[in-house]
Design a binder for this molecule. Structure first.
Ligand SMILES: *Cc1c(COP(=O)(O)O)cnc(C)c1O
Length: 385
């Protein structure tokens, strides 16, 4: 039976760990087994048949490490609880999670995807290049209903979107999708700020590498969804092998414990930096979503490469969602792969910088940013690319 939903901060530290105290444990055990011994191969055959037929996790030990893992299960249970879904299925990375989602639909003959730009650069690339045999139609939110065809398997949006922090109205988009499943990349908002499944999304994608892990030391991905879709994802995961390593599952479960406090503290600092950036004549545009959060994007009057070169406390690196502040130039790194035309159609300026605000003191961050911005404004601004 479903445990009634407790508040998010409580779930963050308890979900997926309910059995521990009765087992005499406090921290979740880390199971590194690749295989699970059984003297009863008739029973193992039955368990494998059941998984092949249904995609439901077999009761008891998982037969083989690619089928399941109890440490990873705990992370999946906890994330599903935070997102308000029945289930969640974890993968080796956010891109492995997206790949599996696309393959679930493509394997049913539904190879057409409708998507809204901007998306994370590699997600855009995976769809545009059709590497998995899918075909994409890019549209704006208002065009979704018209873009849907009989072979449309998925509508995909990201909100706030990487890297411009553009937002889409999820309720309205979910309505436009009709019967077609809506996949929402919720990496930036996290369930602390937004729970897309409660607004009509069928599946919620995370690069767990970012806020869920939160410390820049684990790669992972996860899809939170209903159990029917989760079963299909598990079958694809078993067949294609993009599993989450148990140690990563352990670190992600631990990361979830502090997700609400991290996101709230980092968001408060981000909001203060946004206030200062908006008042700063060296900045031509500040992007910050209504939903809030710890991601800030801004366009500089000078050369954005000089800001990257000028920061000392802030880490000049791609990725986001860590306890320390990171800054990167999307045109050079996160959205390089989609090319100048893709960036233009996603509204990604060459002068845009994307900053993921960490847990440092706001005055120290501002002092660093302020010095880097001054260096950038002094540099000649021609030929930015
Ligand atoms: C990083 C990212 C991804 C890809 O996740 P990986 O874990 O790097 O594979 C997908 N979506 C968004 C919004 C991201 O920021």
């Amino acid at each position: 039976m479903e445990t009634p939903l407790r508040n998010l901060a409580t779930e963050a530290v308890h979900a997926g760990r309910e059995d521990l105290a009765a087992r005499g444990l406090h921290a979740a055990p880390l199971d590194l087994s690749t295989t699970y011994p059984s003297a009863d191969s008739r029973a193992e055959a039955a368990r494998l048949d059941e998984f092949a037929a249904t995609g439901a996790l077999p009761a008891g030990p998982p037969v083989y490490g690619r089928l399941g893992n109890e440490t990873v299960d705990r992370f999946e249970t906890a994330l599903a609880r935070l997102e308000g879904t029945e289930s969640a299925v974890a993968f080796a990375s956010g891109m492995a999670a997206l790949t599996a989602t696309l393959l679930v639909r493509a394997s049913q003959g539904l190879k057409h995807i409708v998507a809204v730009r901007p998306l994370y650069g590699c997600s855009d690339h995976l769809l545009t290049a059709g590497l998995l045999g899918t075909e994409v139609t890019w549209t704006d939110p208002a065009g979704i209903a018209d873009a849907i065809r009989p072979d449309t398997g998925l509508v995909m949006v990201e909100t706030p979107a990487n890297p411009t922090l553009a937002e889409v109205d999820l309720r309205a988009v979910a309505y436009s999708c009709g019967e077609v499943p809506l996949l929402v990349d919720n990496t930036f908002a996290t369930p602390v700020l937004q729970r897309p499944a409660t607004l009509g999304a069928r599946a919620v994608l995370h690069s767990a590498t970012k806020y869920l892990g939160g410390h820049g030391d684990v790669l992972g991905g996860v899809v939170a969804c209903d159990e029917e879709f989760a079963r299909q994802l598990r079958q694809i995961r078993f067949a294609t092998g993009g599993i989450l390593h148990p140690l990563a599952g352990y670190l992600l479960l631990r990361g979830l414990s502090t997700l609400p406090v991290r996101v709230k503290a980092q968001s408060a600092t981000a909001a203060e930096l946004v206030r200062r950036l908006k008042a700063d004549p060296r900045i031509t545009k500040v992007h910050y979503p209504k939903v809030g959060g710890a991601m800030v994007a801004f366009e500089v009057d000078g050369d954005p490469h000089e800001v990257i070169a000028g920061v000392e406390l802030i880490t000049p690196a791609v990725s986001l969602g860590s306890v320390d502040t990171l800054i990167q130039h999307p045109g050079s790194i996160s959205h390089r792969v989609i090319g100048a035309d893709g960036r233009r159609s996603g509204g990604i300026s060459d002068r845009l910088l994307r900053m993921s605000v960490g847990l440092e003191d706001v005055e120290d961050l501002w002092a660093d940013l302020d010095a880097a911005l001054s260096a950038a404004v002094r540099a000649p601004a021609e030929a930015v690319r």
